[in-house]
Design a protein around this ligand. Structure first.
Ligand code: ADP
Length: 503
């Protein structure tokens, strides 16, 4: 990485990257060479007021984020005076409403996982609005996205609708909320990668959409101003750092990871393997509409250009390993799955389809249920564990294949991050099942790095994306060794097992 900084020559300069996630708030100091210099992390409480409902306390989101910033600065007090920009990556879709004048939240945040608006989404679907929302926002009518969450709050918090119509209430995703805090209430903004997850933002006109707002009965005045993902948005209030620091990068966490993985050109894709998986593929400067169950989203807007992505979420990937460990006691720790899978040459024809909560992209089948097929009297624990790991790779292929069919761009490499990428068996199997290489990021902090890069470019620390992505940041790739005939036969067996899980 080269730095264009002409600042204090004898001191490193830093970007403070905030990674506000679903289960924790984190802060990282990234130096001008793109290295992680310090990190702070605080857990965030999960609130489940009813089955299927998930909430966070917005004040706690901010306090934990601020505490993790302080942890970071305690580790490197000398860095505090040399932070040149702040970047914010955040859990997406999570919805917060607060009072314009006092900044007080009017309700807990409704988290992206919360299903409380399932009936509302079904009504919109029944009224025939699905295609309109899909065309304008690239999204499907699902409780996941912010729009119906905002509407729910307006309908259920006493007096709130009238106050919102009078201009007293602001809506924001977590990025907006953090910027609002850091600027002492001076700024109410978001970036297009976050706005594109709300069901209210038109990804073609790049503006809040009046027709959709009317259908959802959401006053336009509640919506934040949309600013670039990279560029100086404003300055922090002096009280936080003793001086003003530019906020210069904002992105949803998955888009930040796409950027952090260097997927900056059309046809580049990444998968994050956590509890579930998020696959995103950069499709360039024109949105691609999916006919294979994927959503279209804005990747980022920077340097005068907007880039789009196709996205597919897989519900259960790392979760299947947790299930083997916690429910079946087949392994003691997640890592053991690798050695056990290697004790057998194959699964002996066993497939495991982990449709515990239905299947996400590209199937979107909430009725599907998990199953294990092809067992014989000779089937062992090792076969089942191996089949579980293989299922993670097959599901990833399902999504990537759908992406390629939608955008007709050949993929020649998949970039990967997340907890389960430590499993080398899984990574090799992934390459074999795809037929092209898999590259694992050397630094696992792809989300924080991604938004730090956006912030660093935004405040002039780095000149451009090419500046940043020049260096060698990946382990040696996992290269496929399996022949095409075997690959096709194994994958056909997977598709057959999926058909049964959906029957
Ligand atoms: P999240 O952000 O969703 O909590 P992480 O990125 O921390 O997820 O990854 C944790 C997930 O990865 C868990 O579901 C765990 O089962 C899985 N995992 C962790 N290590 C391994 C491993 N060595 N092999 C397979 N799966 C693993």
């Amino acid at each position: 990485m080269t730095s264009s900084s002409k600042g204090v020559a004898n001191h490193l300069q830093y970007i403070l990257a905030l990674d506000q996630g679903t289960t924790s708030s984190r802060a990282l100091l990234i130096d001008q060479w793109g290295r992680v210099a310090a990190m702070g992390q605080r857990d965030l409480s999960q609130r489940y007021p009813q089955p299927g409902w998930v909430e966070h306390d917005p004040e706690e989101i901010w306090f934990t984020e601020w505490a993790s910033i302080q942890d970071c600065l305690r580790q490197m007090p000398e860095a505090a005076d040399h932070i040149v920009g702040i970047g914010i990556a955040n859990q997406r879709e999570t919805t917060i409403l607060w009072e314009r004048t006092t900044g007080k939240p009017v309700h807990h945040a409704i988290v992206w996982q919360c299903r409380r608006t399932a009936a509302a989404c079904q009504s919109l679907q029944d009224a025939g609005y699905g295609p309109l929302f899909f065309e304008k926002t690239g999204l499907v009518l699902d409780p996941y996205f912010s729009g119906t969450k905002v509407a729910w709050l307006l309908d259920h918090v006493p007096g709130l609708r009238a106050r919102a119509e009078a201009g007293e209430i602001l809506f924001g995703t977590v990025d907006s909320w953090l910027v609002y805090q850091l600027t002492g209430g001076a700024l109410h903004v978001t970036d297009p990668s976050n706005a594109s997850r709300t069901l209210m933002y038109n990804i073609h006109t790049m503006d809040w959409d009046d027709q959709l707002l009317e259908i959802l009965r959401i006053p336009r005045g509640m919506c934040p101003k949309v600013v670039d993902s990279s560029g100086i948005v404003g300055l922090t209030e002096r009280r936080w750092f003793g001086r003003e620091i530019p906020i210069s990068g904002i992105a949803g966490d998955q888009q930040a990871a796409l950027f952090g993985q260097g997927c900056i050109s059309p046809g580049m894709a990444k998968n994050t393997y956590g509890t579930g998986s998020f696959v995103l593929m950069n499709v360039g400067e024109r949105p691609v509409s999916s006919s294979h169950g994927l959503i279209t989203t804005i990747a980022w807007s920077m340097e005068g250009r907007t880039q789009y992505a196709l996205e597919g979420s897989i519900f259960s990937t790392g979760a299947v390993v947790q299930w083997l460990r916690d429910e079946l006691n087949m392994i003691g720790r997640a890592e053991e799955s690798e050695a056990l899978a290697r004790t057998v040459p194959d699964t002996g024809g066993v497939y495991l389809v982990p449709a515990f909560v239905g299947l996400g992209a590209p199937y979107w089948d909430s009725e599907a249920r998990a199953l294990i097929t092809g067992m014989t009297r000779g089937t062992t624990r090792a076969h089942i564990v191996r089949a579980a790991l293989e299922s993670i790779a097959y599901q990833t292929r399902d999504v990537l294949q759908a992406m390629q069919e939608d955008c007709r761009m050949p993929l020649d490499v998949l970039r990967v991050d997340g907890g389960a990428t430590r499993n080398a068996f899984l990574m090799q199997w992934q390459a074999d099942v795809l037929g092209y290489p898999v590259e694992r990021a050397r630094n696992p902090e792809t989300t924080a790095l991604g938004v730090a890069f956006m912030a660093g470019i935004g405040c002039g620390l780095w000149q451009s994306v090419t500046d940043i992505h020049a260096g060698e940041r990946f382990d040696p790739p996992f290269v496929p060794t399996m022949g095409a005939t075997q690959r096709d036969a194994l994958y056909a067996g997977w598709k057959d097992a999926v058909r049964r899980a959906r029957a």
